[in-house]
Design a protein around this ligand. Structure first.
Ligand SMILES: [Zn+2]
Ligand SMILES: [Zn+2]
Length: 338
């Protein structure tokens, strides 16, 4: 995970079995050897006994938390020969400062927990029981999060491609699983239809969506390596767009991301830069497009004003006065009507 290729021995320390399972599966699929520990103390013992190539740890855990684990390892061996990644969620920002002071430690974004998700829904005036369906676009952990647990707990149909379901380990979703595929519309109600379409992204069978309701079309397109002809065609005629504008190439190049991750993000199956998002927008913009929301902005490798200025330039060139705003990972954006 440091930019050199080949199999790594990775130790994951986390007390949440679901996060652990998905992460372990993904890393094993990428050819790595994965060991796991359920709390900081067990992780410390394993790291001492057989130094891994990479250690990934959660912060909040019983017996010994992630911060104490990392600080203990650092105190015992300041010249430690392996990298450490600390998984943080969006509510743990303040936890990040200490990470910066220790060499060879960086943080990774962790998916939200059911409790955080319910709280965020409440923030926009919704309870889980009001959700008609959940759609998982692909298996990357920031998109799966706690959705499978939420679906089972509250009895919500959960849609995903067969490839995505396989990639998360084919969990038994107790009758709530619904399989989605490119070109097969999903009628959620008499008024609302979903139109999934395939996108080029480094996942097993990733889908993005057009939501159609009352003659209006909203395109949702995050996690896109590049705009394929198919994507451009499927996003035509939208009245609203939630469009990935992931990174600024200079900020990405200068960031603390490990080299393999920088290559992945900027690659043809990674994420759209601000300029690439603006190019795509120029190809699908039309006079009926009322709203564009820039989404999936990288916290470390982008700034909302950079994303917005690229997208605004594309709208200006098309002579449109479409409303434009950015959704952030922490706050999202308010309800919008189109
Ligand atoms: Zn993503
Ligand atoms: Zn992704």
């Amino acid at each position: 995970m440091t930019g050199t290729s080949g199999m790594k021995r990775i130790l994951i320390v986390d007390d949440e079995p679901n996060v652990m399972r998905v992460l372990k599966l993904m890393l094993e699929r990428a050819g790595h050897q994965v060991r796991t520990a359920a709390d900081g103390l067990a992780g410390l013992e394993m790291a001492r006994a057989e130094a891994p190539d990479v250690l990934i740890t959660d912060i909040q855990m019983p017996r010994m938390d992630g911060r104490e684990l990392v600080c203990t390892l650092h105190a015992e061996a300041p010249q430690r020969g392996f990298d450490i990644y600390v998984m943080t969620s969006m509510t743990e920002r303040e936890e990040r400062e200490w990470v910066r002071r220790i060499p060879r430690v960086a943080f990774l974004e962790k998916p939200v927990s059911p409790r955080q998700l319910v709280a965020r829904l409440a923030g926009i005036g919704l309870t889980p029981r009001e959700l008609h369906a959940i759609f998982i676009t692909h298996e990357h952990s920031d998109h799966v999060g706690c959705a499978p647990q939420l679906a089972q707990k509250f009895g919500i149909p959960i849609w995903m491609s067969h490839g995505t379901w396989s990639a998360i380990g084919q969990p038994d979703l107790q009758g709530w699983l619904r399989l989605a595929a490119d070109g097969r519309p999903i009628a959620l109600s008499a008024q609302c239809e979903l139109h999934p379409f395939t996108v080029p992204h480094d996942a097993r069978e990733p889908l993005q969506l057009v939501v159609q309701s009352g003659g209006r079309r909203m395109g949702i397109c995050t996690d896109l390596g590049h705009p394929s002809a198919h994507v451009v065609e499927r996003l035509q005629g939208c009245h609203a767009l939630l469009l990935e504008s992931n990174h600024d190439p200079d900020l990405l190049a200068a960031s603390r991301y490990p080299v393999f991750l920088k290559r992945r993000v900027a690659g043809a199956l990674g994420h759209l830069s601000n300029a690439a998002a603006a190019d795509l927008l120029a190809r699908i913009a039309h006079p009926e497009l009322q709203l564009v929301v820039a989404a999936h902005l990288s916290e470390q490798n982008n700034r909302p004003e950079l994303a917005l200025s690229h997208l605004q330039a594309a709208l200006d060139a098309a002579q449109l006065n479409t409303a434009l705003l950015a959704a952030t990972a922490a706050q999202g954006c308010d309800w919008q009507w189109v």
